[in-house]
Design a protein around this ligand. Structure first.
Ligand SMILES: *Cc1c(COP(=O)(O)O)cnc(C)c1O
Length: 398
């Protein structure tokens, strides 16, 4: 070995070639907004079915105005950790609003969803503690579990009987059950009441990630926990409710809400809260407007529900021929499972030629053999938009 040999620059091309061979190499496209659900993708106009902006608030004029006014009042950056100088009056007001909106005692506002999950779990459990994690949980929850150094017991997706066996056999005192409330690549809902009943029976804490339910599900879009009737007077002290503000809320960031003591503990112990710069106040201001729109504009949710029903009904006749499977989902996330990576990429490419931008999702994001199109619907989609997608899929299925 010579001093000038560089293992890294020899090894990375080999690893990239392996990704290419498995059709797992990822590339990015540049995008820019046009009108409605239409965007420019690498300069080409496309109709997109991939945004998590489920209510179409990311470009909403009232949000843009609130962000601009927030920038006038506070500038564009927060200048530091919330523990030092970053906790603006706007961020404090947003936390109050978030807690009120989800009908839970207290909320803590974070700059990003991934960082929230990756660091609240290590704040709650550590070496010797037990974590029970649904097999299809989001990567940020999985990383949080790993970072905590707790003992991770994975249970089959939605398998409450398996979860109960694991809980019953667990001698550890500090037990945390972790689950997506809406599974991000399938679109289906967790059995929240069932999970909570088990947590009560075995004295565990339940952490729910409602990234894809907040703003969309429940009365006034208050989310999955309110939809399950477990907020307000029915709020349970053993539920921690996490949601991102980057999907239906249209911006970025996240929050965790629940019992006063749990939130106070997270405020003390969450490293990505203490050692990261607070979200800019201009975003907190725009998020307050977002909460108002989510609460008041039920027409946006009605529009989304109509598109979901239209898509599901229109896909039914296409499922037989190619062995495609449409997963059960009442949410904006509609997964059309086609099987192999090549088949998913081929379908994505076929749609692209029709001017339609629908992402293929492959392992490791989803289990091997279940590569899929993840069709994300939004209140921005018109009936004609969904018709166009269905017509293209029909042609590609034939
Ligand atoms: C998007 C997402 C996150 C991460 O949130 P960001 O705000 O994008 O960082 C966490 N959990 C789930 C289920 C998600 O879909």
């Amino acid at each position: 070995m010579t001093a000038s040999s560089n293992f890294w620059l020899q090894d990375i091309p080999r690893q990239l070639a392996a990704l290419d061979a498995a059709a797992l190499r990822r590339t990015r496209r540049t995008v820019a907004p046009l009108q409605g659900a239409r965007i420019l993708v690498d300069g080409q106009p496309m109709l997109q079915f991939c945004s998590n902006d489920y209510l179409g608030l990311a470009q909403h004029p009232a949000m843009i105005e609130a962000a601009c006014a927030g920038a006038q009042d506070f500038g564009v950056g927060s200048g530091g950790s919330p523990m030092v100088n970053g906790h603006s009056t706007a961020n404090a007001a947003l936390e109050e609003e978030l807690a009120r909106f989800v009908q839970l005692p207290r909320a803590l506002y974070f700059y990003a969803g991934f960082a929230t999950n990756a660091s609240i779990i290590p704040a709650l459990v550590g070496a010797g503690d037990a974590i029970f994690s649904d097999a299809l949980n989001h990567a940020s929850l999985i990383d949080g579990c790993r970072l905590s150094r707790g003992q991770i017991r994975r249970f089959g997706h939605g398998d409450l009987a398996a979860l109960e066996q694991l809980l019953a056999a667990c001698p550890v005192q500090r037990k945390l059950v972790v689950s997506d409330a809406v599974f991000s690549m399938d679109g289906n809902l967790a059995d929240i009441e069932g999970l909570l009943a088990l947590c009560e029976r075995y004295d565990a804490l339940l952490l729910l990630d409602d990234a894809h339910g907040f703003g969309v599900l429940g009365p006034q879009g208050r989310g999955s926990l309110t939809a399950a009737g477990l907020t307000g007077a029915k709020a349970s002290p053993r539920v921690l409710y996490m949601a991102t503000l980057s999907k239906a809320a249209g911006i970025s960031g996240a929050f965790v809400a629940g019992h006063e003591l749990l939130i106070e503990w997270l405020l003390q112990k969450t490293r990505s809260y203490t050692f990261a710069t607070a979200a800019p106040a201009m975003l907190a201001r725009a998020l307050q407007t977002s909460l108002q729109l989510i609460e008041q504009q039920s027409a946006l949710r009605d529009q989304l529900q109509a598109r979901i029903a239209q898509l599901r009904a229109g896909l039914q006749p296409l499922l037989q021929g190619k062995g495609w499977q449409l997963l059960p989902s009442e949410t904006a996330v509609q997964a059309l499972v086609v099987g192999s990576n090549d088949a998913a990429l081929g379908l994505m490419e076929g749609l692209r030629r029709h001017g339609l931008w629908v992402p293929a999702i492959r392992p490791p994001t989803v289990p091997v053999g279940t590569a899929r199109l993840r069709i994300a619907l939004s209140a921005l989609h018109t009936e004609a938009d969904v018709k166009q997608l269905l017509a293209a899929l029909q042609e590609l299925a034939g």
